[in-house]
Design a protein around this ligand. Structure first.
Ligand code: CU
Length: 356
């Protein structure tokens, strides 16, 4: 009998025993402590059975929330140099963030914007990020995809204590490898990330690219839930589904129009930070996938596509030459995601405006 067959027989035995009627005292125990009710999709019963779950269903709130003073998220963050180290400062705080001209969500932010400011450095840079927590809740930052020392990984209770309200924590590491990354909260991530605690982290290669794109845009995709003026963390759970969908913190038509010249090489860095998969479709021109999760794809392996599904946590760098003039849509092909509170057009759409 070969190993595969033995494995299959053992698995079959395990499956059969798992399906057998309850016969042991353990199987008759009440199931209150094992989160088995998490699958029934009934939020009310989840809270009743598991009070710890209640945090995710409460509105996003904080004392003294101010209207956002900036209106564009993901902008490059200035730094200062100290002994060869690039020092960045982040403050977590709650603001009222406009996702449309007439729709404002309550957001947890880095430095008051959604997404937070872009940290952009060069491969091999020594970076220090000083984080002050002005939220009413603890938080941490995870440097998603960046190869940091374990102690800098931002996992509360595992690699560090949570940063309590009013506290400051300093992260420090060498930026590597080059590529498209992000940073986001790792404390009650289902709530804090959906609330807006996410931002791009771009590491440029040490050796300049031989044919860099003329246009290089980072697009972070997420979701929100707003009901009766209150913002909730959107997630794939009954009663918590999103009714707004955002690119860089804005829903169409408030999303940025990207204007390029005919013939330009355009790079779009697609980052899914929400909790849903988004098949992003470009009209008019096919693109190549040149990097996945920040890592370059060899030319011989680059797929030519017009749609790429971006799952939570993934990044795809796509490139195309803008060969045709006109207003070309980039949008999610789960078409409910191109609505604002069930009204189309909206959500995950933006215009690539190719001009002569
Ligand atoms: Cu979508």
């Amino acid at each position: 009998m070969n190993k595969v067959l033995i494995f299959s027989v053992v698995n079959l035995a395990l499956i059969l025993s798992a399906c057998a009627p309850a016969a042991t005292p353990d199987n008759t125990m009440p199931m209150n402590n094992d989160n088995s009710n998490m699958t029934d999709g009934t939020p009310g019963s989840m809270v009743a059975e598991n009070p710890e779950a209640a945090h995710m269903m409460e509105p996003i709130t904080a004392p003294n929330i101010q209207p956002a003073t900036e209106t564009t998220g993901g902008q490059p963050l200035a730094y200062r140099e100290e002994n060869g180290i690039k020092v960045f400062e982040l403050t977590t705080k709650a603001v009222q963030w406009p996702i449309l001209d007439d729709v404002t969500i309550t957001a947890f932010t880095y430095n008051g914007t959604v997404p937070g400011p872009m940290i952009r450095v060069t491969e091999g840079d020594w970076v220090r990020i000083v984080v002050k927590n002005e939220l009413p809740d603890p938080t941490t930052i995870h440097w998603h995809g960046v190869e940091v020392p374990n102690a800098m990984d931002g996992v509360p209770g595992v690699t560090q204590a949570p940063i309590l309200p009013g506290e400051t924590f300093t992260y420090e590491f060498i930026a590597k490898p080059a590529g498209t990354f992000m940073y986001h909260s790792h404390f009650e991530g289902d709530v804090q990330v959906s609330a807006g605690l996410y931002a791009p982290f771009i590491i440029d290669p040490k050796e300049p690219e031989t044919s860099p794109p003329v246009v290089d845009k980072t697009l972070m995709i997420s979701e929100s839930r707003m009901v009766d003026g209150e913002t909730f963390a959107a997630m794939p759970m009954s009663g918590m589904e999103p009714n707004y969908f955002t690119i860089n913190g804005k829903s169409f038509p408030a999303t940025q129009t990207i204007t390029v010249k005919k013939g330009d090489l355009v790079r779009l860095r697609l980052i899914a930070i929400g909790q849903f998969i988004h098949p992003m479709h470009l009209h008019g021109m096919p693109f190549k996938i040149v990097a996945t999760d920040g890592h370059p794809v060899p030319v011989s392996a680059q797929l030519t596509k017009d749609t790429v599904s971006v799952a939570p946590g993934e990044r795809y760098d796509i490139e195309f030459v803008a060969t045709e003039t006109g207003q070309w849509m980039l949008h999610c092909h789960i078409l409910h995601h191109t609505t604002n509170d069930n009204v189309e057009p909206g959500g995950l759409m933006l215009v690539i405006n190719v001009v002569e």
